[in-house]
Design a protein around this ligand. Sequence first.
Ligand code: DC
Length: 223
Amino acid sequence: MKSDGIAVIPVVTIDGPSGAGKGTVASLVADAKGWHLLDSGALYRIIAVAGLAKGIDLADEASLVALSEQLDIVFADGKVTVDGADLTDGIRTEEAGNSASQVAALPPVRGAILTLQQSFRKAPGLVADGRDMGTVVFPDAPVKVFLDASAEARAERRYNQLKNKGLGVNLRALLEQIQERDARDRNRAVAPLKPAEDALIIDSTHMSIDEVVATVMAQLSIT
Ligand code: DC
């Protein structure tokens, strides 16, 4: 509660590199609390996929900003609809992730979706998953988590996920892609991937999803 009596809507931020399990943990914590969920990576993926579909060059900042301001994005019932088209699976490919990482490195694009991301903060609370949720988008969040895991563990998890879907993949190529994406996300000039100073750092390399969720829930119960 703020001193003026206005209730502040709580936010848990879960930041970290690709494949650390943020999405799964964020969704389980949101379900357990009955809170809203912001998958900010999906927004960058949508801009990249919609941009490519319109023939926009992924370095063309002005066109990408204009596009991000026009898109009609709906997250509902586990589906992602953009301008009426179902992009749920289309934004989940490795290619879409790599394209998202490119558009996410452009400061004007990040600025263009800042207010949109903050608008997900609705009662009774929000779990926000991304790279800069605790550092830039919700710096006042009472609980901040930085979920990490070794690049090898993250590549192996992704490899198993894709294999279970019956997709042919190469572990070494996945590891290289993850390392390349990490380097771009960590070294960009604006909102680089890094833990907020007040974030709880969880290394999930040797933890199960349930153990990570329990750690986040415990953190929530003491704040
Ligand atoms: O979490 P993800 O894999 O869906 O994210 C896709 C890309 O978007 C990722 O490479 C980095 C970028 N991203 C970002 O820069 N900031 C965020 N808050 C979320 C994602």
